[in-house]
Design a protein around this ligand. Structure first.
Ligand SMILES: *[C@@H]1O[C@H](CO)[C@@H](O)[C@H](O)[C@H]1NC(C)=O
Ligand SMILES: *[C@@H]1O[C@H](CO)[C@@H](O)[C@H](O)[C@H]1NC(C)=O
Ligand SMILES: *[C@@H]1O[C@H](CO)[C@@H](O)[C@H](O)[C@H]1NC(C)=O
Ligand SMILES: *[C@@H]1O[C@H](CO)[C@@H](O)[C@H](O)[C@H]1NC(C)=O
Length: 411
């Protein structure tokens, strides 16, 4: 009995060794692509597609998770094979979904997150491959920023106290004030920037308060124009394929099997699969074309590289004004770069789309009494201040207010 059990163990060992020795690429299940849009405008429909190569294996299941919570599984042996689970932000149309490809006719702010697709093969192999993608949900402001607290006339020395408020957006808008077309420096003591308020859920309203005493320098021909600008930066990061480099010819040089590469991700060029300590790695990372240009980062074994390893390269400029950013990586290989005889290189591209919306210019006038008298002193200014508030609103102000109203109502 004892030797029988021992023989079994030996046979198992031999079998295990054979399985390990077989070149993996020829038989194993592979993830080809996890396709999830990086940026989605709230309400848009999306496809979440997971494609794989079974090779010689049989499919057991395909599972989709958002932030580690399963919301869909496809098991050919089940009836029906495709099933969904309730999860915030997940809206699946099963009639249009098939196998690993899911159709969501709509999205909301809760749809944002990390999506993972996991494909498993049947017995006896039970292999699982997985890939992840991040999806961000953006919401553009529905209207231009508004200016609150305005008066038609200001006396010299009087406090101008205006609040700029953006329409709800995601992410929060960054606001700027301009006086007579000149931007007020972001750190100026004229500004007070409260934290953006989350309302409604998932959207943010930004405010920026501008306070300063009106002086003669602010008025040109008796008029001052103030304007507010809302800037929304919609950034997303794409990863390149990960390149695995070994320090020995015996170890297999393969790219990371589990995590697939991004279709529009940056590309790595010029490398070898094998380096010895003392050799120089000299590679380039090239982003796909965009406007504004992408920002690139290099990582060795998931750690961002030191700046002295980086070689800035001239970008590739296309006729339409779009650019492909190029960033070189050059360093001498040290043994510390290898973890278990492997060194992994990766590059990421961050693309940002900057949206700007500017308020209607608001024109205010100097108080009538002070127009001809350009050297009013502080005391004098205080005394005319109360009178200035009674001045009738100028035609120009009425016109710009009407224009704002018309624009608002048409939005
Ligand atoms: C995802 O799959 C569906 C159906 O299989 C297809 O119509 C759609 O074009 C695919 N989308 C992407 C981005 O691959
Ligand atoms: C500006 O106006 C707001 C109300 O609109 C008020 O709370 C604030 O105290 C004012 N600031 C100054 C400096 O007058
Ligand atoms: C990287 O790009 C530069 C030009 O931008 C080129 O001169 C260099 O040869 C490239 N290096 C590799 C390894 O491709
Ligand atoms: C590869 O690197 C590992 C870890 O630094 C080291 O133990 C191993 O001896 C190296 N192999 C060769 C062939 O240089």
């Amino acid at each position: 009995m004892r030797s029988y059990g021992y023989q079994h163990l030996r046979m198992f060992r031999v079998l295990a060794l054979i399985l390990l020795a077989l070149p993996q690429a020829t038989i194993s299940l592979k993830l080809r692509e996890v396709s999830v849009p990086a940026v989605v405008i709230k309400g848009d429909d999306v496809w979440l597609n997971c494609t794989y190569d079974l090779e010689k294996e049989t499919l057991y299941s395909i599972k989709w998770h958002k932030n580690n919570v399963e919301f869909y599984r496809y098991i050919p042996a089940d009836n029906p094979p495709g099933q969904k689970y309730e999860l915030e932000g997940i809206h699946i149309d099963l009639t249009r979904s098939n196998e690993g490809n899911i159709y969501m006719p709509t999205t909301d702010v809760n749809s944002e997150g990390i999506y993972r697709c996991e494909v498993s093969s049947e017995a006896p192999i039970f292999r699982t491959v997985r890939g992840e993608r991040e999806m961000r949900i953006y919401v553009n402001p529905s209207t231009k920023p508004q200016i609150l607290g305005t008066k038609a006339h200001y006396g010299i020395g009087e406090t101008v106290n205006l609040t700029c408020k953006s329409a709800p957006s995601r992410p929060a808008a960054f606001l700027k004030w301009l006086i007579n077309g000149v931007e007020v420096a972001p750190r100026s003591n004229k500004l007070y920037r409260p934290q953006p308020v989350e309302f409604p859920a998932g959207l943010f309203t930004s405010t920026l308060v501008l306070t300063f005493p009106a002086t003669h320098e602010h008025f040109y021909d008796g008029k001052m124009t103030v304007q507010c600008e809302a800037i929304i930066s919609q950034a997303h990061t794409l990863r390149s394929e990960e390149i695995t480099i070994t320090n020995s010819t015996r170890a297999s040089a393969a790219t990371a099997g589990d995590i697939d590469s991004m279709k529009d991700g940056p590309k790595i060029s010029g490398g070898k699969n094998e380096y010895q300590v003392g050799e120089t790695v000299d590679v380039n990372c090239t982003a796909s074309k965009s406007q504004p240009p992408a920002e690139l980062h290099w990582y060795i074994n998931d750690k961002e590289v030191r700046s002295d390893y980086l070689m800035p390269r001239p970008p590739i400029v296309y006729p339409g004004g779009e650019e492909s950013t190029v960033l070189g990586l050059r360093f001498e290989v040290k043994s510390r770069h290898f973890q278990k005889s492997e060194m992994r290189l990766r590059c990421t591209a961050t693309l940002s789309e900057v949206k700007k919306m500017t308020s209607e210019p608001l024109e205010v006038e100097i108080a009538q009494q002070q127009r001809s008298d350009l050297h009013v002193d502080q005391v004098n200014a205080e005394s005319v201040q109360s009178k200035s508030t009674t001045c009738k609103i100028s035609i120009q102000v009425i016109r710009s207010l009407l224009l704002i109203l018309i624009l608002w109502s048409s939005l």
